[in-house]
Design a binder for this molecule. Structure first.
Ligand SMILES: CC(C)(COP(=O)(O)OP(=O)(O)OC[C@H]1O[C@@H](n2cnc3c(N)ncnc32)[C@H](O)[C@@H]1OP(=O)(O)O)[C@@H](O)C(=O)NCCC(=O)NCCS
Length: 308
């Protein structure tokens, strides 16, 4: 049996290999090279690793410190080994190297998302003492031949795009800071300051002011919803955030924003809209159900101790 070697991905070619392996193992969550560059620019720090068997790359990991999550004292890990090369020690080796990096930074635990479609992941994690802490369902709306739902905002509310009203950006930041802590599982995350939010949440390659919709009530922003446009999966567009001011909820504003996103996606020629909802997020789950989204396999966030 060949020997496993773990090494940091330091060149562009090694980083591309790492991304290709992670995308092959979790195609439903595939990232484009541009998405990946955005994420790396956002992380406080990160380390990328490649696992090889007899000199052939068969596994990859990206371990990072995500801004706002410092109080968790946890590193965020993505780890993937190609199905044909499993049970040979590559995954364990990647976790040990990621743990050593996290330990050097004074962290105590690791968090990783495990896809339902890949049951080996959960068995691997629970065997190392990881426990589920968060659950995300995935949903899809097939757009071919779909009649867009009626975009009828409540009285006094109109929908514009951020491209039409770029002056609204600061007001959207205030709405985001109100909404983020209300998303189950995200309550402990420190909301980003304006500059970080503008760059990381609104200024990525997949963000577009044309695909960002703002609800105005008598001229004042009360909610927004945006799409993430990634080249990773052709024909697929993903909902990013939907956020409505706390004092304006349950009036049909989110429904009107989502209707605008659906109409935009159909007009732009996309085949499918996807979204991920935290299992405890009753409001958005019910709204998506009403709009006709169908369930897909989801994923589970597990947290566990650093590997010795
Ligand atoms: C989710 C959110 C955007 C909904 O905004 P909203 O404007 O209140 O939603 P709407 O009034 O358009 O609701 C439309 C439907 O969604 C469902 N819904 C909305 N809020 C709900 C709640 N608190 N409980 C149960 N169902 C709810 C209902 O089916 C509702 O239709 P109904 O009022 O006819 O029953 C808002 O609660 C919010 O900003 N939450 C924090 C951010 C978040 O979790 N975003 C989603 C993940 S990105």
């Amino acid at each position: 049996m060949g020997a496993v070697s773990i090494s940091p991905a330091t060149t562009e070619g090694e980083a591309a290999t790492s991304l290709a392996i992670r995308n092959a193992v979790a195609p439903a969550f595939a990232a484009s090279e541009a998405d990946e560059a955005d994420a790396k620019a956002w992380y406080r720090e990160h380390l990328e690793l490649v696992a090889s068997l007899d000199g052939e790359p068969v596994g990859a990991a990206l371990v990072a410190l995500e801004p706002g999550r410092e109080s968790r004292r946890s590193a965020q890990l993505e780890v993937a080994v190609l199905p044909t090369s499993r049970r040979r020690g590559a995954g364990g080796g990647l976790c040990r190297a990621a743990s050593a990096w996290a330990r050097e930074r004074g962290l105590e635990t690791i968090e990783a998302w495990i896809c339902d479609e890949d049951p080996d992941g959960l068995a691997f994690a629970t065997g190392r003492g990881f426990v589920p802490v968060q659950r995300e369902g995935r949903l899809a709306l097939d757009l071919a031949g779909l009649e867009p739902p009626p975009a009828t905002p409540p009285a006094g509310v109109s929908i514009v795009t951020l491209a039409e009203r770029p002056d609204l950006l600061e007001a959207l930041h205030a709405i985001a800071c109100e909404a983020f802590p209300d998303i189950p599982g995200e309550g402990d995350i420190e909301p980003p300051g304006f500059d970080e939010w503008r760059d990381a949440y609104m200024g990525g390659t997949g963000d577009s002011p044309d695909a960002t919709f703002v609800a105005l009530e008598r001229g004042r922003p009360v909610g927004y919803a945006k799409l993430h446009l990634s080249g990773a999966r052709p024909g697929v567009v993903v909902h990013d955030i939907t956020a409505v001011r706390r004092d304006r909820r349950r009036r049909g504003i989110a429904r009107a924003l989502k209707a605008a996103e659906i109409a935009w996606s159909i007009a732009a020629g996309y085949e499918r809209l996807e979204t991920a909802n935290e299992a405890r997020n009753e409001p958005i789950r019910r709204l998506n159900e009403k709009l006709g989204y169908r369930e897909l396999p989801g994923r589970t966030l597990v947290r566990g101790p650093l590997v010795p």
